[in-house]
Design a protein around this ligand. Structure first.
Ligand SMILES: N[C@@H](CCC(=O)N[C@@H](CS)C(=O)NCC(=O)O)C(=O)O
Length: 249
């Protein structure tokens, strides 16, 4: 299998964590710039967005949560839906709302400029981020051990992405319970290695708190491939070098 991604996309990170937590180790990753009309991505996804997963039998799977859905059906164990599937999906939905609002804010800035954040639509997106995080903080997903469920995955991906893109934003709510959850998941390689990195980092929020941004992971770059099904030979596709593109959400 081959996963087309970039190193900052929260959607790609969800797909990547899900693949890893499912024990898929035959996935070759290829970094593409979704904003550069890369022919590899256009071929894989008519919407030219990451992630896109190319299966060994030539199917092109797109949309992070559909990739997770496909994984659940192909490889039900371990399940990423947790003991209470409905609650997991409800929490994941809130987290996806945060992710969508954050990504749309970045896109809004591309269409206009940084003033987008204070526009009526920009403020709606900010409200979605804040309210989503508050709701998750009020009732955080539980985590005991082993592979986390999709609610945990999406929540922590949302939190890391918001902090990555809106470092020191004064409007960011305090989320101590989510921070505790993040600390518990930090030792899991699938999370730590897949932190958002690179891309064009926006200038710190104009009303910055003055606290330093999160330190970079000391563990170095993610591996470029991992096996999924030990019975299958590794893919021959060679991973591409890191994109130098900057215009990415
Ligand atoms: N709903 C999609 C969203 C994917 C998405 O928007 N990816 C962004 C990167 S964060 C992208 O490729 N954007 C390029 C574009 O919108 O043209 C998913 O869940 O996979």
């Amino acid at each position: 299998m081959k996963l087309l991604l970039n190193t900052t996309s929260p959607y790609a990170r969800i797909a990547r964590i899900a693949l890893e937590e499912k024990g898929c180790t035959d996935v070759v990753t290829e970094v593409v710039d979704p904003w550069a009309d890369d022919p590899r991505l256009l071929e894989a996804n008519t919407a030219a967005r990451v992630p896109a997963l190319l299966t060994d039998d030539g199917q092109r799977l797109t949309e992070s949560l559909l990739i997770v859905l496909w994984l659940e059906s192909e490889r039900p164990s371990p399940s990423l839906l947790g003991a209470d599937k409905t609650a997991t999906i409800a929490r994941a939905g809130v987290a996806m709302g945060v992710i969508d609002a954050a990504v749309h804010t970045l896109i809004g800035r591309k269409i206009t400029d940084a003033s987008f954040d204070e526009s009526p639509v920009g403020l709606r997106r900010r409200r979605s981020i804040v309210q989503g995080l508050r709701r998750l903080e009020a009732d955080p997903p539980a985590y005991v051990s082993g592979p986390p469920d999709l609610g945990v995955i999406a929540t922590l991906v949302a939190l890391d992405y918001v902090r990555f893109r809106f470092a020191n934003a004064t409007w960011m709510p305090a989320v101590p319970r989510l921070d505790q959850l993040a600390a518990r998941l930090a030792p899991r390689a699938a999370f730590e290695r897949r932190r958002p990195r690179g891309g064009r980092r926006p200038a710190p929020d104009r009303r910055a708190r003055g606290t330093p941004p999160r330190a970079k992971s000391p563990r170095g770059p993610p591996s470029s491939s991992a096996r999924c099904d030990a019975s299958r030979p590794p893919s021959r596709s060679s991973p591409r070098p890191m994109s130098t593109a900057t215009a990415t959400a």
